[in-house]
Structure formats: structure tokens, C-alpha cells
Design a protein around this ligand. Structure first.
Ligand code: ZN
Length: 473
């Protein structure tokens, strides 16, 4: 959570600035000073301000972009598994933050399924301390129940006081409705959201992939979408009575979108997220076919039969579900895109499908997936940046937890910036990931859109090796 102080001014100029918080998508420059945005917008105005600063003796470093490069507020991931403490073989706060920076993220919210579970003041403090050496900002999420066992609430007030920004037992659902009801009641006076991983354990049982024709062909036990929708509907009914803030993690099913739509229409304080993989991939990826929206891009993906890297919880669903969650995102029923970055070691995935761990290492491909989706479906880039930066800051009211506002390029905001080329096509290579988790089903697939530079607190924390900062005129 360190805000790096820069002694000089950084002038990012010549690119296309996309800032949903100002409804801005046109040529725009940015001046960054002392870890904050000094000014942003019209290039002529910014040039005049830069000149004035120069005359006053300021040192200005220029990053000159070609006009097709986009400049946006640094991305914010509301759902990241950093694995530390406890599972440092899968990821550490340090490696996960580096991977996030490579993916264009400048803030991640870390999930509490660590070991020990992030269920005490001391574990929250430990994560915040480790994050001081990280490339980007890490905001911890505290557990709802002790040990994520669903039996006893954590000291939620203490977790909030220590720096927790929300509560979740993610990785495990909150099975008991009474426990969820109590958690919502305790969260209410803290003004912090409860995030649930909606999975009715009685319905899902030992399901390992989406129930459907692909599961039948593979002889694998299905995880029906009703398992998600039913727990979500339970939670929404509780929220209706209690009025607390509630956020549904990684929705995957058409029925979930309808449930959230009705809840929002009824005025409930409910928000929801979807992952890039649930938008773009389908259950056919599990059996080695590139189904869904990304099919034409993934002809060269390395896809063995029984691809355990496509095993994720909730599972990749049908093309119909993927279309429904996309429509939900475009309609604003689903508020944000979150990665559910879930790195694993090789042995967690190099095994039978039943034994393999759930999860995709996704933070380094997230923006590329969204940009590819935007291209294929003609979605404005501003919509994607809003879902991956501006809205996560709003949904989680992150300005309450950071020194300066984030998710925006307004003057006075944190100097967190991502620069990307929406047109550059490249092939995903898992071995190039900075994450310790190389578990991606996209290995070998081609994506359109690449992160070129990430700036956090005014400091360059990631730069693509092939980034030409000063293009020839
Ligand atoms: Zn989850």
C-alpha cells in the first residue's frame, strides 16, 4: 500500500485517453506529480500546464505515445487470490502483484482463503505489511467466518479496523442461511459489503464441471447452474430484509443474471461481478474444443482432452450462459469484471480431472480478453475500462480505503495508469507469466490487445519489452 513519491513530473502524451469517470474517450494527455494526477484531458491545455511547470524549474519526463495507444486509469481487481500466507508455492503477494502489474492492474483485493485464513487482525496486518514491498496496491478482504468453516462469525469490526475492505468466505460458500443473515447484520453498521461465492453444496455435491452434454461425453460429475442461482436467491431475500450491501462473486449462469436484475429492480443494494473466463470461454474448453466467443482466436491453443486448466469454480458454462452474463454486463445488471485470479502449482493441475484444483491464473490475460471481446462484439472500450476500473472503485467505495481516489484520471486521483494497445495481437505463453501459477487454458491462444505499460503511484512498475515509447513521426 505504499504510494511511491516521484521527485519529477511524468507527462504521458499523444495517446487516446479513456476515462469513464469523466465520460472521456478522445486524444488526451496526463501529468503525474508526487504520486497523483496533476491534470488530465485536452492535450493543448496539458501542454500549457507542462510548460508552466517547466518554466518553474520542474523536471519533466515525457512518455510519448502513438495515437492508437490507449491510456486509462489503472485496473482494479476486486477478486484476487494471492495465496500468502500459507500457499507461497502457488503465489506470493510479491509475485501476484508483479503479475497484476503486467496485466495492467494497480490495485487488487486479496481473498481470505489463505493459511491461516484471513480471519484475524494479525493476518490482515501481515498482508498489509507484506504489500509494502509489492509492485501495486493490495487491499485485503477479511473472512466472514472463522477458518472459513461457516460455524462462527469473525470479529468483523476488528478486521475492518485493521484494513479489511469487505468480507467473504470465497473458496467456500456460506452454507447456512442463518450465518449469512448474521453476517449481513454485522456488516451493515460497518458499511462494508458481504461477498458470497454462491454454491449450494447439497446441489453441487462433488460436481467438477458444468452439467451438460460435455460433462456427459467426458463422464464427469456435473455442477449444475441451479446450485449457484438458488444460493444467490437465498442471499437476495436476506438482503431484502436486512438492507446490507451484498456483492455476488463470479456469476456464471443465465438464471443468476435474472435474479440480480429483479433484485436491482426492487431497489436492493446488490452488486455483482463476472470473470473474463465466464464471458469468453465455455464448458467445451474442458474437453479440448475452443467453444464460445473466443473460438476463432483459439485455434492454436494447446488443448489436450481433459484440460484441467479449464477447471474452475464456478465452472465454465454453456454458450447460452456466457451470452447471458455478457448481456448482464452490458445492461449494467452485472457491475464489474473481476479476475478470480487463482494461481496453482503444476502438481495441482497435472493429475486427473476429478483431483485437479479449481482455478485459472487469469490476471495477466484479463485485459487482453476484454479487449478481444470488445473487438469481436463491437463493445466500446470505455465500457470495458469502466467494468475493470471505475466501477470496482465505486462498488467497493475504495476511496474510503486509499489515500487518493482510484479508478479515475481526474486531477487529484492516485497516479495509477495503464497504457495498452487495443490492436496488438499476440500469443499467450503461460511460461511468460510473472505469476507463479501458469494454469491458463489460453496457453497458445491468440488475443487482440496488449498491456504496454503500467504506472502505479507515478512509478513505472511494468513495461512491455516491445514498447516503443517514442515512435518516429
Ligand atoms: Zn469463488
Amino acid at each position: 500500500m505504499t504510494e511511491i513519491q516521484t521527485p519529477h513530473i511524468l507527462w504521458v502524451r499523444g495517446g487516446r485517453m479513456i476515462d469513464p469517470s469523466q465520460d472521456y474517450d478522445m486524444p488526451g494527455d496526463i501529468l503525474l506529480e508526487d504520486g497523483a494526477v496533476l491534470a488530465s484531458g485536452n492535450p493543448a491545455d496539458i501542454a500549457a500546464q507542462a510548460q508552466a511547470k517547466k518554466s518553474a524549474g520542474a523536471q519533466i519526463e515525457e512518455i510519448i505515445l502513438s495515437a492508437d495507444l490507449c491510456v486509462a486509469p489503472g485496473l482494479i481487481d476486486a477478486h484476487t487470490h494471492l495465496r500468502e500466507p500459507g500457499f507461497e508455492i502457488k503465489e506470493t503477494i510479491y509475485s501476484g502483484a508483479k503479475a497484476a502489474a503486467r496485466g495492467g492492474y494497480t490495485t487488487v483485493c486479496s481473498m481470505p482463503n489463505t493459511s491461516p485464513v484471513t480471519d484475524s487482525r494479525s493476518v490482515v496486518a501481515q498482508i498489509i505489511a507484506a504489500a509494502h514491498n509489492a509492485a501495486i496496491r493490495v487491499l485485503p478482504i477479511g473472512a466472514i467466518t472463522r477458518g472459513q468453516e461457516g460455524l462462527q462469525l469473525t470479529e468483523m469490526y476488528e478486521l475492518a479496523e485493521a484494513g479489511g475492505i469487505a468480507f467473504s468466505d470465497d473458496g467456500k460458500p456460506v452454507r447456512s442461511g442463518a450465518m449469512m443473515s448474521m453476517a449481513l447484520n454485522y456488516a451493515l453498521p460497518l458499511y462494508l459489503p458481504i461477498i458470497n461465492h454462491c454454491e449450494d453444496p447439497d446441489i453441487v455435491g462433488g460436481g467438477v464441471m458444468n452439467s451438460g452434454p460435455a460433462a456427459i461425453r467426458l463422464g464427469l460429475k456435473g455442477w449444475p447452474s441451479s446450485g449457484e442461482v438458488i444460493m444467490l436467491q437465498r442471499d437476495l431475500e436476506l438482503v431484502r430484509g436486512i438492507g446490507a450491501r451484498y456483492h455476488a462473486a463470479h456469476l456464471s449462469a443465465a438464471g443468476s443474471v435474472e435474479a440480480v436484475r429483479r433484485a436491482k429492480d426492487a431497489g436492493l443494494r446488490v452488486t455483482a461481478e463476472v470473470t473474463p473466463h465466464h464471458l469468453l470461454l465455455t464448458d467445451e474448453w474442458v474437453e479440448g474444443h475452443a467453444g464460445g466467443i473466443l473460438a476463432e482466436y483459439a485455434q492454436h491453443a494447446r488443448m489436450p482432452q481433459f484440460n484441467t486448466n479449464a477447471k474452475v469454480n464456478p465452472p465454465l458454462r454453456s454458450a447460452k450462459d456466457a451470452e447471458a452474463v455478457l448481456q448482464g454486463l452490458l445492461d449494467g445488471v452485472i457491475d464489474i469484471v473481476a479476475t478470480d485470479h487463482a494461481p496453482h502449482g503444476v502438481t495441482d493441475k497435472y493429475c486427473s480431472f476429478d483431483e485437479a484444483a479449481f482455478g485459472i491464473s487469469g490476471i495477466e490475460t484479463s485485459l487482453s480478453m476484454l479487449l478481444t471481446l470488445a473487438r469481436l462484439r463491437n463493445i466500446p472500450l470505455k465500457t470495458m475500462i469502466a467494468a475493470a476500473s471505475t466501477k470496482p472503485a465505486e462498488v467497493f467505495q475504495l476511496a474510503r480505503h486509499t489515500r487518493l481516489p482510484i479508478g479515475t484520471l481526474r486531477a487529484g486521483a492516485a497516479a495509477d495508469v495503464v497504457i495498452f494497445n487495443p490492436n496488438e495481437r499476440y500469443t499467450v505463453r503461460a511460461e511468460e507469466f510473472l505469476s507463479l501459477g501458469k494454469n491458463t487454458p489460453l496457453d497458445g491462444a491468440e488475443l487482440a490487445g496488449k498491456v504496454k505499460m503500467t504506472i502505479y503511484g507515478g512509478a513505472i512498475v511494468w513495461e512491455d519489452a516491445h514498447f516503443n515509447r517514442r515512435p518516429q513521426a
